[in-house]
Design a protein around this ligand. Structure first.
Ligand code: TTP
Ligand code: MN
Ligand code: MN
Ligand code: MN
Length: 376
């Protein structure tokens, strides 16, 4: 109606960092469909088509109304022919035959299962698919496969890890992380990032950023923290990646490059107090199998130097698409290079310092976007 037309009249940016995207999605019917298409192209390693659908999904998530007619998407960026056809089909039929086809595709279904295992990406899935494997059970049963330490943990805790992390679980883990870190470094700053900082109430993992406002960093901190958890029997898996940061090195221009911070991809054992205590006592008295009173939770810990903290916070808060668009905007609209460590002005040939996320947006000439508006 009138509300839609007046909205379209104001120009919508092709960059999600110039839009507000809350979790209030009026176009889920479309964006779910786009995400299936994007994922299928990701499995086929077709990055261009994958990004086309991710950008369209992110754009429709930012609209303050539901798309019901083709007229509603008139003049919007990020809508190519493929996307337009899909929108038209969903408007007319209520669903898309193309998406249904993908959801029933043997290769898509197998890749979807394989990549749901921690430590398994598209490359490994491709290998298993070519060997004729189709399900997680088939991979588990194949004793000839050489699995990485990460994949072994992925299969061992599969059921727990595929079930999402709740906000309550994130808060409980947050307390553990803060207490342990502060027992070694009382002034350390521990911040939850990723989806939970964007206001999501579920996630596939919990992301933490750790920094020490003092003059010096402690590159032993992560080792001390994980060693303590190991002693306490709380650490189910841990892979510490040492820092590879080189000062004065220009930020990476690659849009999806990994950063150089010291970090740890871990699986923690979170004890969950049982709602009904009697079941537990009863089963013990009767000599029955012990009731599992814990859940395996994926946790990412990242250590950053204090002066890089705002850049790390911006990068790790995401969403992934929001981060991609920030870097693309910096490069194409400002001749600057942004990554999780800093912002380089190629014209002035200097690194721009920032004490907060607000200052980074200001350096880029962008209006500030709150974390809960970054769900692109
Ligand atoms: P994720 O934890 O993968 O994603 P998420 O928290 O948004 O969603 P989920 O609920 O599925 O966990 O990554 C968080 C953000 O961190 C994401 O925007 C990308 C960014 N990131 C980096 O900047 N560098 C990295 O090496 C990784 C793994 C992620
Ligand atoms: Mn996360
Ligand atoms: Mn994720
Ligand atoms: Mn993560």
């Amino acid at each position: 109606g009138i509300q839609n037309e007046s909205f379209i009249a104001t120009k919508v940016s092709q960059y999600s960092c110039q839009r507000k995207t809350t979790l209030n999605n009026y176009n889920k019917k479309f964006t779910d469909a786009f995400e299936v298409m994007a994922e299928n192209y990701e499995f086929k390693e077709n990055e261009i088509f994958c990004l086309e659908f991710l950008r369209a999904s992110s754009l429709l998530k930012s609209l303050p109304f539901s798309v019901t007619r083709m007229k509603d998407i008139q003049g919007l960026p990020c809508v190519g022919d493929q996307v337009r056809d899909l929108i038209e089909e969903i408007i007319e039929e209520g669903e898309s035959s193309k998406v249904k086809e993908v959801l029933n595709d043997e290769r898509y279904k197998a890749f979807k299962q394989f990549t749901s295992v921690f430590g398994v990406g598209v490359k490994t899935s491709e290998k298993w698919y070519r060997m004729g494997l189709r399900t997680v059970e088939e991979v588990k049963a194949d004793k000839t496969l050489k699995l990485s330490k990460m994949q072994k943990a992925g299969f061992l805790y599969y059921e727990d890890l595929v079930s999402c992390v709740s906000k309550a679980e994130a808060d409980a883990v947050s307390l553990i992380v803060k207490n342990t870190v502060c027992s070694f470094l009382p002034d350390a700053l521990v911040t939850i990032t990723g989806g939970f900082r964007r206001g999501k109430n579920i996630g596939h993992d919990i992301d933490f950023l750790i920094t020490n406002p003092g003059p010096r960093e402690d590159d032993e901190l992560l080792h001390k923290v994980t060693d303590l958890w190991k002693k306490q029997g709380l650490l189910l898996y841990c892979d510490i990646i040492e820092s590879t940061f080189v000062k004065e090195q220009l930020p990476s221009r690659q849009v999806d490059a990994m950063d150089h911070f010291q970090k740890c991809f871990a699986i923690l054992k979170l004890y969950q107090p049982r709602v009904d205590n009697s079941t537990c006592t009863m089963s013990k008295k009767l000599g029955m199998a012990e009731v599992k009173d814990w859940k395996a939770i994926r946790v990412d810990l990242v250590i950053t130097p204090f002066e890089q903290y705002p850049y790390a916070l911006l990068g790790w808060t995401g969403s992934r698409q929001f981060g991609r668009d920030l870097r693309r905007y910096a490069a194409h609209e400002r001749k600057m290079i942004l990554d999780n460590h800093g912002l380089y002005d190629r014209r002035k040939r200097i690194f721009l310092k920032a004490g907060s996320e607000e200052e980074i947006f200001a350096h880029l000439g962008l209006d500030y976007v709150e974390p809960w508006e970054r769900n692109a």
